[in-house]
Design a protein around this ligand. Structure first.
Ligand code: ADP
Length: 556
């Protein structure tokens, strides 16, 4: 390392050696004495000439460098030699292992020439302590980071739990805004896009209860309408997240309508701000804005905010899809109700006229005509059943089905259904067994609905059974009357056992189905059972048969 001696003021060149000897530049004391002092110093001392070569080294320096005097003198050590500076260098430390030395350089005169006095203090212990401190600091920082990661994961899982808790988007977003403070923000507001392209504030929260009034004023006085500058409208317009840390006055001015608006946002405690659009299924649904009283929002906060927004957006989107589906389903039910009603009138006319013809009112029928007419009648009745089923379904779905309670003996209801269904069972050459308890089974219920449910179960049993028998039995079981309809038919796979109760759902969905049906029977049957305070369940083994159980609460 190069070095040029510069003329120096006497004071600045004053050197205090560890041994206490004072050397004043330009006034060399007895050099022999100086050498003797240096020789005995505990610190290493090296004197370097202006050519950069070592002129003299004390034993402590030899030990530090692990070199003999003869090797040191005349060598260039390649040390950082800047007068007045200190530096830390690695040293060998003969006999003690590698370490660190603190090096100080001062100018002096040696043997009548300008030179540098380099003192070397062994600071290995200090350096180690420092390294240890740094390590501990790094570990603490690592721990801190790990804790932050864990906290964030916990936060996001709370967010997910809140989202799963409800399908009502407003309640959910309210809960989310509460969760965001103080974990992610001092305050949080959520705005949703409306159909008229404006925004609507659906939730807000502040970590300090006293500041909630400011949020209320913000909502009342500066509602996030379309075209009005707010952070949310900016994020919705650009579709990009915004991070302002710190949030300077100029930006705030741009994002607000007037100084009072900006003032309210500052009053919330806003030194930095994050605003993330809520985007799901390619649609921008709104934005969530987070404010922080400190100016230190960073990329990791932004990442967390985006995770938060992503989950919230999906929840909003799901809720909207659900709403749309509900609406579509209501529209479908209304359509079915109207359609069925319209179909029923001409169908009744068809049945009425077949009746007249069968009675020979318009003249005698040939046997072939009579046969054809009975087919017309059977098909018209079948069609009427389907229409009734659809009507019944729409009534239940619209909550319009009324229960007409009467006191009945359940045994007679079951026997009625047995009599009604018997011809159909026999028509398929299946065994049919109806069994009821010996003692009366009084129950206050809507007998017509119980009949409808049971007829439906038996008609399904007939449809899905090709050989064997159908059995209908009523039994008292504690607080309930159990009416079971068993068949020896194709059975139902476990994965379908719950779906069969969904409207329009059929195990064999294709239009090449062998058996007919609307897929509404069981859905209506279960709804009616529940309307009567009971339940409808199924147990089945594929290939062996099914048992449907209607449970009705007993009177006593
Ligand atoms: P539908 O009989 O009009 O198709 P349901 O709601 O009554 O409608 O029944 C739904 C589906 O459940 C049927 O399509 C059939 O796949 C299955 N299912 C109902 N009852 C039985 C049964 N006893 N045995 C086997 N499968 C049945």
């Amino acid at each position: 390392m190069g070095w040029t001696a510069r003329p120096r003021e006497a004071e600045r060149s004053m050197v205090t050696l560890a041994g206490g000897a004072r050397v004043r530049d330009g006034h060399p004391p007895d050099e022999g004495r100086l050498r003797a002092v240096i020789e005995h110093l505990a610190d290493g001392v090296v004197i370097v000439g202006r050519d950069g070569r070592v002129r003299f080294a004390n034993p402590a320096a030899e030990a530090l460098f692990g070199l003999g005097a003869e090797e040191l003198v005349g060598s260039e050590l390649g040390l950082p030699l800047v007068a007045g500076e200190t530096a830390q260098i690695d040293v060998v430390r003969r006999g003690r292992g590698p370490g660190a030395a603190e090096l100080r350089v001062v100018e002096m005169t040696w043997e009548g020439e300008p030179a540098l006095l380099v003192s070397l203090r062994d600071v290995t212990d200090r350096a180690e302590a420092e390294a240890q401190r740094l390590r501990a600091e790094r570990e603490a920082a690592g721990r801190h980071e790990a804790e932050a990661v864990a906290r964030r994961a916990r936060f996001l899982s709370q967010v997910s739990a809140a989202l799963a808790a409800s399908l009502d988007p407003r309640a959910t977003l309210e809960r989310l805004a509460q969760l965001a403070v103080p974990e992610l923000a001092d305050w949080c507001v959520i705005d949703l896009a409306r159909h008229d392209r404006g925004l609507e504030r659906v939730a807000h929260a502040h970590a300090e209860p006293a500041k909630r009034a400011v949020l209320e004023r913000l909502r009342a006085e500066y509602p996030p309408r379309a075209g009005m500058p707010t952070p949310a409208s900016e994020a919705v317009r650009t579709g990009r997240p915004l991070l302002y840390a710190p949030l300077d006055d100029e930006t705030l001015h741009r994002l607000t309508r007037d100084p009072a608006h900006a003032g309210l946002i500052r009053e919330l405690g806003t030194a930095s701000l994050i605003c993330v659009p809520l985007v799901a299924r390619g649609q921008t649904l709104g934005a969530v804005t987070f404010g922080c009283g400190e100016s230190d929002y960073d990329e990791s906060d932004l990442a967390l905010a985006r995770d938060f927004a992503q989950r919230a957006a999906l929840a909003v989107s799901n809720a909207r899809l659900y709403d749309d589906a509900q609406q579509a389903s209501r529209a479908k039910s209304e359509f079915l109700a109207v359609m069925s009603h319209e179909l029923r009138t001409p169908l009744n006319a068809i049945l009425g006229y077949t009746d007249l013809m069968q009675a020979g009112i318009g003249g005698r029928l040939s046997p072939a005509h009579a046969e054809h007419l009975s087919r017309v009648e059977a098909n018209a009745r079948h069609l009427l059943d389907i229409v009734e089923e659809i009507l019944s379904f729409s009534r239940v779905e619209a909550g319009a089905e009324r229960v007409r309670l009467e006191q009945v003996d359940l045994r007679s209801v079951v026997r009625d259904v047995g009599r009604m269904m018997e011809p159909l069972v026999r028509g398929k050459h299946l065994g049919f067994d109806v069994s009821v308890p010996g003692e009366p089974a009084p129950v206050r219920t809507d007998a017509a609905k119980v009949r409808q449910v049971l007829a439906n179960l038996v008609s399904n049993a007939i449809k899905f059974t090709d050989q064997g028998a159908i059995r209908m039995e009523a039994q008292r079981d504690g607080t309930h009357h159990m009416i079971r309809v068993r068949d020896t038919g194709i059975g139902i796979a476990p994965e379908h056992a719950q779906r069969i109760f969904e409207p329009f759902w059929q195990v064999e969905q294709s239009n090449r189905r062998v058996v007919g049906g609307t897929g509404l029977g069981l859905s209506v049957a279960r709804d009616l059972a529940e309307l009567l305070g009971g339940s409808l369940t199924v147990e089945s083994t594929p290939g062996q048969g099914s048992t449907f159980t209607l449970a009705l609460p007993a009177d006593d």
